[in-house]
Design a protein around this ligand. Structure first.
Ligand code: SF4
Length: 780
């Protein structure tokens, strides 16, 4: 018997394809990516073509994650493909932005000089709505408070041809699942829980705004070639166990860092027992283990969901492409995990970290052992993680049973529908009335308490207390800014039942409650409908498609606003050799993007570069005095804050540099960390080593990102030195520059500087930024 190698088999297949010239191609069928967009079609042909090339090169079976990722390669012939090592250049199908991160992304995109985004893009208003007294009033308040931001987003999206989801429409990931996700697609979103779309078989990754701008502007997206973790599901999910418990268990196994740099790929016979929205829950919370994304193979449950959301054509098309929407036989994984769903117990994770996983049967014991506050103050269900119709209908089955025994909730109980469609459907089907009947409070279709938008009044700051949510993140202070709040995470079923128990020690599977008739009862297993039997009710129309006449739209930015500011292009390089530059700060030790651009109260300025630049490097430790935000102004001799000193130099026409240690700019990809030093007049960041994403972000903004060729030269730099940077007149890939250190005592020394600029990136520097270059090119 012949055993053809993959290479030979592919060659035969292509030969056969060549001979059968009339054979239909998958790309002959045109299926729109979304019912809401015209002219943008699913591109399975690209995946098919790319994979033919990649299979030839790799000669091995591919995992599903590899198929979809490599199927979106920009250059399948030339791309170096080594899992966990090389950097891939990819072409995502679409982009999504939430309202908080969209502001700077859109402001930057506007500077690219393009009149529409290169790929379909949507913006979603969900993060800025504070939960206070209930959905309708909270939404009205948010629309008033955030008016200038919403007006900007509404007009900018209209002007540049993007879809705009108004406040009240729902949470970004739920809207994506309902309208835009499709099997085999690739998207990036400026939000960590973008992987939710993996529930529909998409490679969907959370990114920083800079990446979104690149893709919107037509540049490829760079991603470290992901490793692949295979999770094999066997058995069948049932009873109190829900999809949420799969990810709670996986988080316990892999911990918050265990998925870093990897795609978690679920597979095995157990997958068929999960609903599509349940798979989305699992992928969504995969962000908590640091995974690049998580995904499931295409299956009948995805088809059911696509049909229910009126996308039967996509389901049929995916069926034709099913061979590429699952892993190859014999695909290799970097790590393997086995979970038997029939044996999986409900879990409760927390407090303070989502990977502290405790099976429900052991939880009461842990509560006592660890002295966690026993009284359950608030139970919260919903969020983008768990707000499907199935989640809500299962919770309602618990609520109705308690209600039949005459009980109201003991703890406070809030419900956040994930979208207007889910809200309208559960209202029509009587679920909202059932929640309210037992004392539940239905909040706006938005993030609300999940992102700390919660005007919580029932406990004082600093008071130790417990809450339980069906959300995904439970780091200290996330929900209510109270560091003493012990936040636990569980399925909506467990959260709902515990709202009636009122105590963390209540186990709804085994413990009984006393009904109003004085008799004890134990909850039955929750039941619900995977999809609404009467179909979805779309509710209010909250979508703003791009208008036909975009030319007449003007983007609304009030020049007096302190939250939004139009960006002005950075100046191009003046062609001169930089000499006698002061060192703004020589940073000692760790310097993450949080040290460079702090979050917290600064986040409200993320659409206003001048205002947010007032946080530039305020967390970095000055090597001269071991203090944060206190540097010497080399012109005046006075000490001051880092941003103020930087602005002084800039306003006096003096460029400056920063000197940093190892792994400078690690942490979340935050474009502000690169924009701010550039805005304040910086020329170069010179470090022992960079976190790669930050290094690229600096280059995009026209900064010189340079490293000491000999890392020990960092020690030669004195904070009071003036520096020259030699060699820019012949700046070229792979060619070192020279740093001249002019010490205060008049002595000087030279040290070599390495860099990783390629030809294109050198052009960014010369043009003043990548966007400047793009704008110039789009004019030609
Ligand atoms: Fe993020 Fe929570 Fe909003 Fe989901 S609901 S997008 S996790 S803040």
């Amino acid at each position: 018997m012949f055993n053809l190698s993959h290479r030979t088999a592919n060659a035969v297949r292509r030969l056969a394809a060549g001979m059968a010239t009339a054979a239909p191609r998958i790309g002959d069928t045109k299926v729109p990516m979304s019912l809401l967009e015209k002219g943008a079609y699913i591109n399975y042909q690209r995946i098919e073509d790319n994979l033919a090339i990649v299979r030839d090169r790799l000669s091995r079976p591919l995992s599903l994650a590899e198929k979809i990722v490599y199927g979106h390669l920009d250059d399948p012939h030339g791309q170096d493909i080594q899992r966990g090592v090389s950097y891939l250049k990819l072409r995502p199908d679409r982009v999504a932005c939430q309202d908080a991160t969209a502001q700077m992304a859109l402001l930057q995109f506007m500077s690219a000089g393009m009149d529409t985004a290169a790929v379909p893009t949507t913006v979603h208003c969900d993060h800025l709505i504070e939960a206070q007294i209930g959905g309708v009033k909270d939404l009205a308040r948010a629309i008033d408070i955030n008016k200038e931001v919403y007006d900007f987003l509404a007009t900018a999206t209209a002007k540049y041809g993007l879809g705009f989801w108004k406040p009240g429409s729902g949470i970004i990931h739920q809207i994506i699942l309902e309208n835009y996700a499709f099997p085999g697609g690739m998207m990036i979103g400026t939000d960590s829980h973008t992987p939710n779309a993996g529930g529909l078989g998409m490679v969907a990754c959370g990114v920083g705004g800079a990446d979104a701008v690149d893709v919107m502007a037509g540049l490829p997206w760079e991603l470290k070639c992901p490793k692949v973790i295979g999770v094999n599901l066997t058995g069948k999910i049932s009873g109190w166990t829900t999809p949420k418990d799969v990810i709670l268990k996986v988080a316990g196994i892999l911990t918050v860092k265990g998925g870093t740099g990897a795609i978690v790929e679920y597979k095995g016979p157990g997958v068929e027992s999960l609903s599509c929205t349940g798979m989305a829950t699992i992928c969504n919370m995969g962000a908590e283990i640091g995974a690049t994304t998580s995904m499931f193979p295409f299956n009948s449950r995805m088809s059911d969901y696509l049909n229910a959301t009126k996308r039967g054509d996509i389901a049929k098309y995916a069926q034709q492409f099913a061979h590429n929407l699952k892993a190859d036989e014999g695909a290799e994984y970097d790590q393997h995990i086995e979970i038997n769903l029939s044996e999986l117990e409900p879990h409760i994770n927390g407090p303070f970290t989502p990977d502290l996983a405790t099976p429900l049967s052991k939880f009461a014991e842990e509560v006592k052992k660890n002295n966690w506050p026993e009284e359950l103050k608030v139970a919260l269900i919903g969020s983008c993680t768990n707000s499907s119709y199935e989640d809500m209908s299962r919770s309602v089955s618990i609520v109705k049973e308690a209600s039949a025994h005459g009980l109201d909730v003991k703890s406070k109980f809030t419900i956040t529908p994930g979208s207007e469609q889910v809200r309208a459907t559960i209202e029509r089907d009587g679920h909202i009335a059932a929640f309210e009947n037992v004392g539940g409070l239905v909040l706006a279709n938005a993030c609300g308490p999940c992102i700390g938008q919660w005007d919580r009044q029932d406990v004082k700051k600093g008071e130790a207390n417990s809450i339980i949510t069906s959300y995904n993140r439970n780091f200290t202070g996330r929900n209510d800014a109270n560091p003493a709040t012990h936040a636990f995470v569980a399925s909506p079923d467990v959260v709902t039942a515990m709202a009636f128990g009122g105590s963390l020690t209540f186990n709804p599977m085994t413990d009984s409650l006393i009904g109003s008739d004085g008799k004890p009862f134990t909850f039955s297993e929750p039941r619900g409908d995977e999809l609404p039997p009467r179909g979805y009710d779309p509710g209010q129309d909250t979508f703003q498609p791009p208008p036909t006449d975009r030319a007449s739209v003007s983007v609304a930015v009030d020049p007096k606003s302190d939250r939004l500011q139009l960006l002005h292009p950075f100046a191009p390089w003046d062609g001169k050799t930089p000499t006698d530059l002061p060192i703004l700060i020589k940073v000692s030790g760790k310097c993450t993007t949080d040290h460079i651009s702090a979050g917290g109260p600064w986040l409200k300025y993320r659409g206003h570069l001048e205002n947010i630049s007032q946080n530039c490097l305020i967390g970095a430790i000055n090597a001269e005095n071991n203090t944060a935000n206190k540097v010497k102004n080399q012109m005046t001799g006075e000490y001051g804050g880092v941003p103020q000193t930087a602005a002084y130099y800039r306003d006096h026409g003096i460029k400056w540099v920063v000197v940093g240690d190892h792994n400078y700019g690690e942490g979340s990809s935050r474009e502000h960390a690169a924009l701010e030093p550039r805005f304040l007049g910086g020329l170069a960041i010179i470090v022992r080593s960079f976190a790669r994403i930050h290094e690229t972000n600096l280059k995009k903004q026209g900064m010189l990102a340079l490293t000491f060729a000999n890392p020990e030269d960092y020690e030669k730099v004195k904070p009071s030195d003036r520096v020259d940077i030699l060699g820019l007149d012949s700046f070229a890939p792979g060619k070192n520059l020279t740093l001249v250190l002019r010490h205060e005592d008049g002595s000087k020394e030279e040290v070599p500087l390495a860099h990783s600029f390629n030809e294109g990136q050198i052009e960014w520097f010369k043009a003043g930024s990548a966007l400047n270059l793009m704008a110039a090119q789009s004019k030609n």
